[in-house]
Design a binder for this molecule. Structure first.
Ligand code: SAH
Length: 239
């Protein structure tokens, strides 16, 4: 079973969207589990304080290292990677999601306020993960995004198994355009080739469209794709 533990000062946000749809049903079926740990339970005072003012001054509040340390120690004594949701982290990619989905699960610390005391990162071996170059008000939505992306790759969670193989990003290409009935809508028809029944032609069309869209929209992915194609042509390094 793939296990997610989320450390947050807003445990009531979970499972939230993760409890709906196929992922929610898969949870009931025992394919994955989610525990939301309330960081406040590990505060040392009557007011359940989790934050304090920044050393050196400046705006906002910082999450306390001692409180976080106790919360992490109580939650994790296993081999799951410990993540810190953080705009400074390595941006999340589908390759990373695949890796995490194949592992035992994750522990994710959700920051709030101006973030966490730096010492917790090395102190508890946290790996910083960002979900994009923008700033959220807390790590909870970021953790949900990461968990959602992992869950759909866990065998049995999504209806159809094959799905992952030619999806966006699996080979540095975005996905080709998809269509379904009706055949004609407001004067726009489904491309002829897709109703030809010729699977080879369909595959070729899809590949060409995926390449076109990637080239037009994602020069970064396109460069990686071209580099991959070239090294595949050269074959494995000799010697
Ligand atoms: N002062 C920080 C931002 C704090 S936002 C800075 O300038 O970098 C508060 C919390 O939201 C962060 O600690 C983090 O846990 C979460 N968060 C915000 N943006 C995020 C992002 N893009 N990816 C992952 N987590 C994010």
């Amino acid at each position: 079973m793939w296990r997610a533990t989320v450390l947050t000062i807003f445990p009531e946000m979970f499972p939230g969207p993760l409890g709906a749809s196929l992922a929610g049903k898969a949870n009931l079926n025992g394919l994955w589990s989610l525990a939301a740990v309330d960081i406040r339970d590990f505060a040392g005072d009557r007011h359940r304080t989790v934050d304090d003012t920044p050393a050196g001054g400046g705006p906002g509040m910082i999450m306390k290292v001692d409180v976080l340390g106790r919360a992490i120690d109580a939650a994790a004594s296993d081999d799951r990677p410990r993540l810190l949701m953080s705009p400074r982290g390595r941006p999340l990619t589908q390759a990373r999601v695949r890796e995490l989905a194949q592992g035992p699960g994750i522990l994710a610390v959700c920051g709030r306020f101006e973030g966490v005391d730096e010492r917790i990162i090395a102190g508890r071996g946290l790996i910083e993960v960002s979900i994009g170059d923008y700033v959220l008000s807390g790590g909870e939505l970021a953790a949900m995004v990461l968990i959602d992306a992992c869950l759909r790759l866990i065998p049995g969670v999504m209806g159809k198994e094959a799905s992952g193989a030619d999806e966006s990003f699996s080979v540095n290409l975005v996905e080709y355009p998809q269509f379904t009935r009706p055949q004609l809508w407001e004067g726009h028809a489904i491309p002829e080739v897709l109703i030809s029944g010729d699977h080879q032609k369909v595959d070729a069309w899809r590949r060409a469209e995926a390449e076109r869209l990637t080239r037009e929209r994602r020069p970064d992915l396109w460069a990686a794709y071209v580099a991959n194609q070239e090294s595949a042509k050269k074959g494995p390094p000799k010697g």
